[in-house]
Structure formats: C-alpha cells, structure tokens
Ligand binder design. Structure first.
Ligand SMILES: N[C@@H](CCC(=O)N[C@@H](CS)C(=O)NCC(=O)O)C(=O)O
Length: 165
C-alpha cells in the first residue's frame, strides 16, 4: 500500500501546477481545483474532505464558481486550490479567508466569539486529527474492504489488481 501512496504523491508533485491554469478567466469567477470522485463511486462531490469543505462553503455563500477535478496540485503542493482573478491560493482555510475578503461575505458573522472558538476547535480536531483516522480507514484498514471496493469501483482492472483489500 505504501508504494501506491508514494507513487501517487510523486505523480501529484511532478504534475504540480507552477503557473496559472485558467488564463482566459472570467472576472470574479472562482475556479476550484480538487480531486474528483474520480475512479470512485462515492456520492461525494470530491474524494478530498478539504475539497468538499471549499465547495460546500462556496455553495453556502452563493459565490459563482467552477470546479475542475484534477490530480495536479497547486501552490502548496496539495489540493484543493483556487484561482481567482489570475491569482492562485492553496489550502482550504487560506482559500476561505481570501474569499471572505474578496467577496465581503462571512457566513459565520452572526456567531458569538465563544461560538467561533468552538467552531475553530472542531475544525482543528476534524482537519488535524480525525482526517488521519479517515485516511486510515480508507486506505489501511483491510477489515473495511468495502471502502476500497467502493472507491475503486470504476477503476481499470489493472489498478484494481494492485489495490490491497
Ligand atoms: N491543509 C490543507 C490540506 C489539504 C490536503 O491534505 N489535501 C490532500 C487531499 S485530501 C492532498 O492534496 N494530498 C496529496 C499530497 O499530499 O500529495 C487544506 O486545508 O487544504
């Protein structure tokens, strides 16, 4: 399994996007780049929790956006990233901070300082701790073969043959 993950990491880094991806951009259109459901049969918009976070935030805020599913990473060497008015930004939290400023929108504006603190604590717990449990169950815990089976349901047989289950 390690070799598959290492290969995927190498592939995404060698495909990193150094320059602007959308050159004929529409002003104030947010171009979102993230892993798609891809070869998986997941009902999620993106296989990446961080991608779904950005997409959900954009939908909640009603900001016009277009999604491109890709494995080519952005300025932080990871996905998701966005391009807005010719400038790219990586990292879901940095993306949201930028969008709040550029579009003067804040869905959390009505929260009290205490509620904002609780929200931040949950965010840290989910993104920096629970995320790795999710990854463990998705890729390492072979007691849950249905996850790998579901994820690779649409993959070519060659790929399926090297995915441990
Ligand atoms: N802190 C980043 C984390 C992003 C992240 O870990 N993305 C994963 C996908 S869920 C990724 O791009 N992994 C590929 C890699 O690390 O090479 C964020 O909030 O956007």
């Amino acid at each position: 399994m390690f070799s598959v993950v290492a290969l995927a990491g190498w592939y995404s880094r060698t495909n990193a996007v150094p320059a602007l991806r959308k050159r004929d951009f529409v002003k104030n259109m947010v171009y979102v780049y993230s892993f798609g459901p891809g070869i998986c049969s997941s009902p999620a918009a993106s296989a990446s929790p961080f991608g779904n976070k950005v997409l959900a935030w954009l939908r909640l805020s009603g900001i016009p956006h277009q999604v491109e599913f890709t494995t080519s990473t952005g300025p932080t060497g990871k996905l998701p990233f966005i391009e807005l008015n010719g400038v790219s930004t990586g990292d879901s939290s940095a993306i949201i901070e930028r969008l709040k400023q550029e579009f003067t929108v804040d869905p959390d504006a009505h929260l009290s300082p205490e509620q904002k603190a609780v929200s931040l604590a949950f965010q840290r717990m989910l993104e920096e701790h629970f995320y790795f449990i999710l990854i463990h169950f998705r890729w390492d815990d072979h007691r849950l073969p249905y996850l790998a089976n579901s994820f690779f349901a649409g993959a070519p047989s060659l790929i399926k043959s090297i995915v441990p289950r």
